[in-house]
Design a protein around this ligand. Structure first.
Ligand code: PLP
Length: 469
């Protein structure tokens, strides 16, 4: 008889576990397949349109879905709901200054509110905004401000099987080419995302941000960071980049941000809150412009569309998010799911990134063309199999080219299983892995989807589909 081995032992190491325990639970709904078929039909085969009560394990997004700590809930009770000068605003300002290092803070209700402010303030119509792969709301706000997005991520990011450690890095020769063609004055700023969501949660190296800083200084261009998952990025630097193994994640984060001129943030991700965001910069004039605009679009500059209690929870969440034991367990859980799927030969984006598993729908369904919406199809099949909710990150999310009206056709056609922070257990991950395996085993009979309704903006949220006969 063989002794059963824990997963850690199979990997030849001692197991670790989460540095927290569960104090309160939320019951989940279990459904049967006929119920799920009815729910998915009513939702137009779009997982965004499902009611959450019909979902068992919700891996739609890691945005605003984290479990807050008892400290954060206690902080909620300390909400200072003054219209102006709330105490909680000053706590948040201090946390951002301490952990991210920027001087001037404007709170916003969430990330896109911050993207709106910085895009409007820092882009002149007709200017280019080079970025390391697009993010949906980021690019749209840049375009609505008159900017032209240019993808300058390294080519390896578009290859789901390339195992490079820092697939989020910007290819500086692509920036050189842009300057040679258009001139540095036509660049609004470099839009650097850490980690790169659409590339599979892939990190940016410290070497790359240092090189970008030098490049920006040479050309007189600003460098702004999408800091939404910069803590997860810092963990990858600690783990993979030479010279950082002895650094704490908090120190790496602060150092990384120090090479940039400012950042915007969706605190609904790294910062462990259900709502909130900010934009922070070191330059007074830009700050003044955004502090003025926030009053028009979000609320006064000491609350930015948030309640005082939300800002308090965010300030506490920032501190919790940079604790080494926490971030290791967070990324370790994502990696655990990744290892199970890898063992079973499931095609996915590799290496596994920080916040999600990205299944490679092109290799999953080789019989489908991109016009059959393979990643959308895979999300639908997963829901039907087990009530797990995933999200499309492929041709539907990419939207249409504003000039030609054609679909953007991204190389990557991915279905994202996004892991909320501090919410699900290892047993939930086992259930997810087994469901993906079942859908993979049944892949040959799948025919794809037709789009029956397409909204104008960010169509992936509200589009409707029908299965092909
Ligand atoms: C979620 C997200 C945003 C937008 O933030 P919201 O809080 O959803 O408005 C911007 N950038 C990245 C990388 C994100 O993941």
């Amino acid at each position: 008889m063989t002794t059963p081995k824990t997963f850690g032992q199979q990997l030849g190491r001692r197991s670790w576990a989460e540095p927290w325990k569960i104090k309160m639970v939320e019951p989940l709904t279990m459904t049967e397949r006929p119920q799920r078929e009815a729910a998915l039909t009513a939702a137009g085969y779009n997982t965004f349109l499902l009611r959450s009560r019909d979902v068992y394990i919700d891996l739609l997004t890691d945005s605003g879905t984290s479990a807050m700590s008892d400290r954060q809930w206690a902080g909620m009770m300390l909400g200072d709901e003054a219209y102006a000068g709330s105490e909680n605003y000053y706590h948040l300002e201090a946390a951002v200054q301490q952990y991210y290092g920027y001087k001037y803070l404007v709170p916003t209700h969430q990330g896109r509110g911050a993207e709106h402010l910085i895009s409007r303030s820092a882009i002149k119509p007709g200017q280019y905004v080079p970025g390391n792969m697009y993010f949906t709301t980021t690019r749209l706000h840049q375009e609505m401000a008159g900017g032209i997005f240019v993808d300058v991520i390294g080519d390896v990011a578009h290859d789901p099987q390339d195992r490079s450690p820092f697939k989020g890095d910007i290819d500086i020769s692509k920036l050189d080419a842009l300057v040679a063609k258009e001139g540095a004055a036509k660049i609004a700023y470099i839009s650097l995302a850490a980690t790169v969501n659409m590339a599979g949660g892939q990190p940016v190296s410290m070497a790359n941000v240092k090189a970008l800083r030098a490049w920006c200084d040479t050309h007189g261009v600003k460098l702004y960071l999408d800091a939404t998952r910069a803590v997860e990025n810092a963990y990858f630097i600690q783990e993979r980049e030479e010279g950082y193994a002895d650094w704490g994640v908090a120190d790496i984060l602060r150092d990384f941000c120090g090479y940039t001129d400012g950042a915007w943030m969706s605190a609904k991700k790294d910062s462990l809150v259900n709502i909130g965001g900010w934009v922070a910069v070191n330059e007074w004039e830009l700050f003044e412009e955004m502090r003025n605009l926030v009053v028009v679009f979000e609320g006064l500059h000491t609350y930015g569309g948030l309640a005082g209690r939300d800002m308090e929870a965010m300030a506490i969440g920032i501190k919790e998010s940079v604790q080494d034991a926490y971030i290791r367990a967070r990324i370790g859980q994502v990696r655990y799911l990744g290892m199970l799927l890898e063992e079973w030969g499931i095609p996915m984006m590799e290496p596994v990134g920080g916040h999600a598993i990205f299944l490679d729908a092109r290799r999953f369904y080789p019989q489908l063309t991109q016009d059959d919406f393979p990643a959308q199809t895979l999300a639908a099949e997963l829901y039907l199999d087990s009530g797990i909710r995933a999200m499309e990150r492929g041709i539907v999310s990419a939207g249409r080219d504003p000039k030609t009206g054609d679909h953007h056709r991204p190389k990557l056609e991915l279905t994202r299983l996004t892991i909320p922070r501090r919410v699900y257990t290892q047993a939930h991950m086992d259930v997810v892995a087994e469901s993906v395996k079942a859908v993979f085993d049944a892949r040959e009979r799948v025919r794809g989807l037709t789009m029956t309704y397409e909204p104008k903006y960010l169509r992936f949220f509200q589009a409707r589909f029908e299965p092909k006969a």
